[in-house]
Design a protein around this ligand. Structure first.
Ligand code: FES
Length: 166
């Protein structure tokens, strides 16, 4: 079957019911997405399917065919630049052990794509399924707000520059 992961096509030979997580990690070799609980409760395995954050440990690979799969390896604009969310995670020194953080970042990315200026309640609601055993929740919230501000500034700057070119 053919999968599109981070805008790259991959052909994989697996059973249709294989969890997407295993295909991403074992067949495609993208190991940034982590196995946590295996029952969809912790969020370490979060990836996006057409921009929606899902639990890849519970998702049969078959249901990802024809959709765009985005993993932690796919959100940076290029190989030398980080996404604003990744940069904010560094600036705010969010990770502790780090195990949950690719899932946290992918969930945050889905949130900010749909809601560029979330309130604290909206952040807490969107991130409530991503468990952090190190308790980095306050820093995660700060990081999302920082990234939201950066992304908003980037959009405003681009709009101003585009306006000047008109
Ligand atoms: Fe350790 Fe979240 S940083 S589990």
């Amino acid at each position: 079957m053919i999968l599109s992961i981070n805008n790259t096509t991959h052909e994989v030979d697996v059973d249709a019911a294989t969890p997407l997580l295993w295909v991403i990690r074992e067949q495609v070799g993208l190991t940034g997405t982590k196995f946590g609980c295996g029952i969809g409760q912790c969020g370490s395995c979060t990836v996006q399917l057409d921009g929606v954050a899902i639990r890849s440990c519970l998702t049969p690979v078959q249901s990802a065919v024809g959709k765009e799969i985005t993993t932690i390896e796919g959100i940076a604009p290029n190989k030398t630049e980080l996404h604003a969310i990744q940069q904010a995670w560094i600036e705010e020194q969010i990770p502790q052990c780090g195990y949950c953080q690719s899932g946290q970042i992918i969930a945050a990315h889905a949130l900010l794509t749909n809601n560029p200026a979330p309130t604290d309640d909206e952040i807490d609601e969107a991130m409530s399924g991503n468990v952090c055993r190190c308790g980095t929740y306050p820093r995660v919230r700060k990081g999302i707000k920082r990234a939201a501000a950066e992304m908003m500034t980037a959009v405003n700057t681009k709009n101003e520059n585009d306006g000047e070119m008109d």
